[in-house]
Every structure is written in structure tokens, then in C-alpha cells.
Design a protein around this ligand. Structure first.
Ligand SMILES: [Zn+2]
Length: 343
């Protein structure tokens, strides 16, 4: 990602830097304002601390019995026991994200089972000596709602089984989209700011080797491309809206090149996860082509294994706002998208 500028470009960059400084200040002000507002809101409407009467008002009788009275639903009776859709399972009490469908497995025990929580700090444990034996109880870390128990008989990689009551969970469907559009630092920064986007990870996809990391992909020999993998709520943002941003964040008419980033790892690709995504991508390409003089070279290909990039590449723009690549390349793209800090 070496940047070389001549005299005219440096003048242009100086102008951009001034604009970026203004943008950064306004972005920070806007972010701190929105954070301040949400902190204020949560103080007024804290959904994690309620009296017993207040919990009774917001939970169904079964959810109240399970979550506040440490009850257990009958085996094979819960609605998420055999549930198989892609998405996240949130706490029925406070809406915190607790488990992901990625970590769900069919244990045959009669309750939804996961081998790990969505985040390490989403749940907390405490010793439970009821029923005449020692077990480890699992609670929501925010609202202390009882969820179930964890046992040491799960599958790899953790060998744990989080055995959870469906009544304590609320499922939210999510979809995944994967885009290669040049440097993944840029695409991640832009998608992360879109409303309805829940998570973006950067990584590598579409190559021929069985593993991928930054060094091997940068050689251009593995065939992988840098991608942003976007998890989104289809009720809040459509795949077509994501594609609109995909077109704006890069030039889909250049082969294996975005600005000064050159090589197959920077090629323009839409990796579709469903037939519907494929058809939408092809339709949107035809529509977008009418606006462009040069032919679109974007590949539309089925999603392949995703290799998550190293930690230092995740959230690069957020963690390195003063790096030259962020100031000169990413910040102007964020501004061009007209995106504001995420709510
Ligand atoms: Zn909770």
C-alpha cells in the first residue's frame, strides 16, 4: 500500500487533509454527541435493571419463570431447539447478543446448544448446587437473567455445551455479504458505518491455497482477494443498498487494481452466499453498467471459505485514524459515501 505522489498530487492532498481534518472533527463531535445521547437514554430507560413487577410486565409468563425464577423448560419443547436459520440469539430480557447460529449444534439433549457465546463477556457463570449436584449456571452478563447451564461435553474447538432455554432467547435473522473492492481497510470502514450492518470482518477469499494470511495473499500468488465480510439485518438494510455502497467505494472497471493498490488481491469481486444475492448482483451490474463508459470487470462468484485477517487489520480505520492511508484514502471515501457515525 505504498503511496507515491507528484507535486500536483501533493497540492491535492493538502487540500484533502484540510477537508479531512474538518470531517474528522465533525465526525468525532457527531460520534461523541450520539454516544452522549445513548448514554443518557440508557440511564433513563435501563433495560437491564428492573423490579420483579417490571420484569413480569415485559416478559411472557414462561420467560419470567425461566429467567427470573431459574426455571427450566421441558426438553424438546422450546422453539429454538431444532432451529437452523442464520442469525443471532439475543437475551429475551435486555436484548444483548448472546449466541450466534455459527456456534449452534444439534446436541440431541432437547435444548438449543452452543459451543461458545457470541462474545466472551456476553454471559457469566455461577455455581449451582440445586438438584443435589454441582452444575455451572449461565446468566446474561447485563441483566442477570437465568439462561441455562454449561457442561463439558460439547464439540471442538471448546468442548463445551451451553445448554440454553429457548424462552430466554429472541432470534434475529441476519445475512452475510462478502465483497472484494480493493484495500479491505477502506471497504470495512465504509460498511461499518451503515445502519443495519451488525458486524464487518476483513479477510481473504477466492484463492487456491488451503490457508491465507496477509503475507501470502500480498504476494499475489495465492489467488485470494482482500474482502470485507458484512453481517447485516435484512429488515434494516437490503443487499441492493450494500451493493450501491460497493460501487461507490471502488472503481469496478479496473482489472486487478484500485488506485495505487495493484495485484489480483485487489480485484473487484462479489462473492454471493445465496441464489437471491447472485441474481440481485447481476441485475444491479446491468443497471450500473448503463451509467459507466468502461465495462464493469467485477466477478460474481459463489462464496468460498473466508480466512479472517490478522487482528492488526481488523477495524483499521477506527484504530489508526492518523495513519496516512486512513487520512488520504479512507477518510475521503467515508466522506464521499455521505455516511455519518453509526447510531
Ligand atoms: Zn439480558
Amino acid at each position: 500500500m505504498l503511496l507515491i505522489y507528484d507535486g500536483d498530487e501533493m497540492k491535492a492532498i493538502t487540500a484533502i487533509v484540510k477537508k479531512v481534518m474538518i470531517l474528522t472533527v465533525s465526525l468525532c463531535v457527531s460520534m461523541s454527541c450520539s454516544m452522549g445521547e445513548s448514554a443518557g437514554r440508557s440511564k433513563m430507560n435501563d433495560n437491564t435493571k428492573k423490579t420483579e413487577e417490571e420484569w413480569k410486565e415485559v416478559l411472557s409468563p414462561e420467560a419470567f419463570r425461566v429467567m427470573r425464577k431459574k426455571g427450566t423448560e421441558l426438553a424438546f419443547s422450546g422453539k429454538y431447539d431444532k432451529h437452523k436459520e442464520d442469525g443471532v440469539y439475543k437475551c429475551r430480557g435486555c436484548r444483548q447478543e448472546l449466541f450466534s447460529s455459527e456456534n449452534k449444534f444439534d446436541s440431541g439433549c432437547g435444548w438449543p446448544s452452543y459451543y461458545q457465546p457470541a462474545k466472551d463477556d456476553a454471559v457469566k457463570e455461577q455455581v449451582d448446587d440445586s438438584l443435589g449436584r454441582r452444575r455451572t449456571e449461565i446468566l446474561c452478563s447485563k441483566c442477570d437473567g437465568h439462561l441455562g447451564h454449561v457442561f463439558n461435553d460439547g464439540p471442538k474447538p471448546t468442548e463445551l455445551r451451553y445448554c440454553i432455554n429457548s424462552a430466554a432467547l429472541d432470534f434475529q435473522k441476519t445475512e452475510t455479504a462478502t465483497f472484494g473492492a480493493g484495500c479491505f481497510w477502506c471497504t470495512e470502514a465504509v460498511f461499518e458505518l451503515m445502519a443495519g450492518v451488525q458486524d464487518v470482518q476483513v479477510g481473504y477469499m477466492g484463492g487456491t491455497t488451503e490457508d491465507a494470511d496477509y503475507k501470502s495473499v500480498s504476494s499475489g500468488k495465492t489467488g485470494h482477494t482482500e474482502v470485507s465480510q458484512v453481517v447485516y439485518d435484512p429488515a434494516r438494510v437490503s443487499y441492493e443498498e450494500l451493493l450501491e455502497v460497493f460501487w461507490k467505494v471502488h472503481d469496478p472497471t479496473t482489472v486487478n487494481r484500485q488506485g495505487n493498490d495493484v495485484g489480483p488481491q485487489y480485484r473487484s469481486v462479489i462473492f454471493y452466499h445465496t441464489e437471491a444475492q447472485k441474481q440481485t448482483a447481476q441485475k444491479v451490474i446491468r443497471k450500473h453498467q448503463r451509467k459507466l463508459k468502461d465495462p464493469i470487470v467485477t466477478e460474481v462468484t459463489k462464496a468460498k471459505p473466508f480466512f479472517k485477517a490478522e487482528v492488526s487489520h481488523q477495524d483499521y480505520f477506527r484504530n489508526n485514524p492518523n495513519a496516512s492511508y486512513c487520512r488520504f484514502v479512507i477518510a475521503p471515501k467515508v466522506k464521499k459515501m455521505g455516511l455519518d457515525a453509526r447510531e
